[in-house]
Design a protein around this ligand. Structure first.
Ligand SMILES: Nc1ncnc2c1ncn2[C@@H]1O[C@H](COP(=O)(O)OP(=O)(O)OP(=O)(O)O)[C@@H](O)[C@H]1O
Ligand SMILES: [Mg+2]
Length: 539
């Protein structure tokens, strides 16, 4: 029973079905017969038809396939969205809770599906999550409308949202907000930098949050119950001295890096051996000097004894000569023992200095603990500054109508600062986006090695700007040089279309290499097949 309830809550309203169904035939015939395949049948691009449908009905392509099996998607929403949005579990959970409440019929059906205030550091995914939410809900990352609230600072600008009243300039052309939602009722509404808007503009949104409806200047009521409203703000962030924290952290990270290098046994051994070179040379020199001394004594004795005539003296000299070897051995042993002791002491000292000895570990733990403390202090200061920023800037009746953060129960959701360990996945995601685009548009398959990813990670992260530098790094090391290279190749008569291209790192930058030509695979559907499939999906 419960399952059925969820499923029926997921399906499209009847009137939407009817509108869609009526449009299917029109659109299919209007956009279908552009291409002929070998056997003379027409083929259609089913995605194109879906996009046209979406544009006409305001129902995104993804909505057309909502059915029983989709109920589980909402249950697993966090897992799906967090594949693409990294380290923002709390924000994703907040969204998922709201969406599930709505889809299961447990929330007020006359209010927007969700209404959130996203706050926190720049480049951490506030705007990006909006796109990913649109992708999740409507299978279309562009199924959102963005309003830059810094363009709505003055009182009269509210008219741009709902349309100018009669007798005002612009009357009759509708409002930007009301028109957007009228055309596309299933949408995410993004209000960037919401703190900058004039209170009169906020009043408009207050009404939407309360009623789920808004009447435009021409008296048409627009329904917002299939929208999610997301406001973003950097309020409070200016009060945090982020550079100070970054400096303190970087210092610890550098020291930790030096310590990590000390953990590599081969590296340590090499350093220790080098440090012992001097003492070893001293040992060799002394042993050599000893031998030279004894050799000289032997030579002197031999010369002297050759001139001796007294038998007893000759015998004495012979004895002395015989004992010289024993003396040398004894002295050599003593010298060796002395030097070896010195060297052993020095080795222990060097190993402690360069190696991962006990005090290294303590030093490491201490630095790590300090870094953790700095991170915590930074986050605490951000949370406090945001609390102050939000409560000072927004009226309580506005804030109280928003959905809450499931952990803190605040009416705003703080985005986490991104960490170094998140950036590898973000690099992969951004590269994949470009690779997919290239493959879709030109049939080009880009192959990247780990060395390329390492280069991107090295340049694409900053504690201050989150993932923003990654976009710049992908542009600098992949997109821009590839564009140039593709044009160069084109001049030489080599096309990159339908080719495999390898990217690798040379001398700290990327280089490209043309590999084999690829077989082009096109999925062809007949006109009849496409029409049938579409009708099945929407009916
Ligand atoms: N958590 C994340 N997971 C994956 N990618 C991210 C994440 N955060 C940021 N990015 C990447 O960085 C880009 C910039 O992030 P985004 O525009 O969402 O920042 P923002 O939080 O809205 O910042 P601002 O406050 O300056 O508007 C995104 O388009 C995305 O590619
Ligand atoms: Mg943003």
């Amino acid at each position: 029973m419960a399952k059925k309830g969820v499923a029926s809550a997921l399906t499209l309203p009847v009137e939407a079905y009817n509108r869609v169904a009526a449009l299917v035939n029109d659109i299919v015939s209007a956009h279908a017969a552009q291409q002929k395949v070998a056997d003379g049948k027409s083929v259609v691009d089913i995605d194109l038809i879906k996009r046209k449908l979406a544009a006409k009905t305001g129902i995104s392509a993804g909505q057309l396939t909502l059915g029983e099996e989709d109920a589980s998607r909402y249950v697993n929403m966090e897992a799906e969205v967090s594949k693409r949005v990294v380290n923002q579990d709390r924000a994703i959970r907040a969204l998922a809770n709201a969406i599930r409440r709505n889809k299961s019929g447990l929330s007020n059906p006359h209010r927007p599906m969700g209404k959130f205030l996203f706050v926190g550091p720049t480049g951490t995914g506030k705007t990006y999550l909006v796109k990913e939410l649109a992708r999740f809900l409507f299978k279309d990352p562009e199924a959102y409308v963005r309003f830059d609230m810094s363009e709505f600072m003055e009182e009269h600008t509210y008219m741009r949202l709902v349309g100018a009243p009669p007798s005002y300039v612009g009357f009759g052309s509708g409002g930007q907000l009301t028109e957007a939602v009228r055309k596309r009722p299933y949408t995410v509404i993004l209000l960037d930098e919401v703190e900058k808007a004039h209170p009169k503009v906020w009043d408009i949104f207050l009404q939407i949050l309360d009623d789920g409806r808004l009447t435009d200047s021409e008296g048409r009521t627009v329904d917002f119950k299939n929208t999610v409203i997301i406001m973003t703000s950097n309020t409070g962030m200016a009060a945090v001295d982020s550079q100070k924290y970054e400096r303190m952290l970087t210092e610890r990270w550098e020291k930790l890096k030096a310590l990590d290098e000390a953990q590599d046994p081969a590296l340590v051994a090499a350093k220790v051996e080098k440090g012992l070179d001097g003492l070893r040379a001293g040992r060799e020199a002394e042993l050599k000097a000893l031998e030279a001394k004894v050799a000289k004594a032997r030579a002197d004795l031999e010369t002297a004894s050759a001139e001796l005539t007294d038998l007893s003296q000759v015998m004495k000299a012979q004895q002395m000569l015989a004992s010289l070897d024993g003396k040398l051995d004894a002295e050599r042993e003593a010298a060796e023992a002395r030097h070896d002791k010195l060297i052993a002491a020095k080795r222990a000292e060097l190993e402690a200095k360069f190696g991962a000895g006990g005090d290294r570990e303590t030093a490491r733990a201490k630095l790590q603990a300090e870094a953790d403390e700095i991170e915590k202090a930074w986050d605490a200061e951000i949370a406090l500054a945001i609390h102050e920023g939000v409560t000072q800037r927004f009226r309580p009746e506005f804030i109280n109508r928003l959905d809450e953060d499931p952990d803190s129960k605040n009416k705003w959701v703080i985005f986490n600062r991104l960490k170094k360990e998140n950036i590898g996945i973000i690099a992969k995601l951004q590269v994949k986006e470009f690779v997919d685009l290239l493959s879709e548009r030109h049939g080009t398959e880009l192959v990247l090695g780990d060395d390329v990813m390492d280069l991107l990670i090295e340049h694409g992260f900053s504690p201050l700007y989150g993932a923003r530098p990654m976009q710049a790094a992908v542009e600098k090391f992949i997109i821009d040089p590839l564009a140039k290279w593709v044009l160069d190749m084109a001049q030489k008569g080599e096309s990159a279309a339908d080719r495999r291209i390898k990217v690798s790192v040379k001398d700290g930058t990327t280089s490209f290499e043309m590999l084999e030509k690829l077989e082009k695979v096109v999925e062809k559907r007949t006109l009849e097949g496409a029409a049938q499939a579409l009708t099945r999906e929407v009916m």
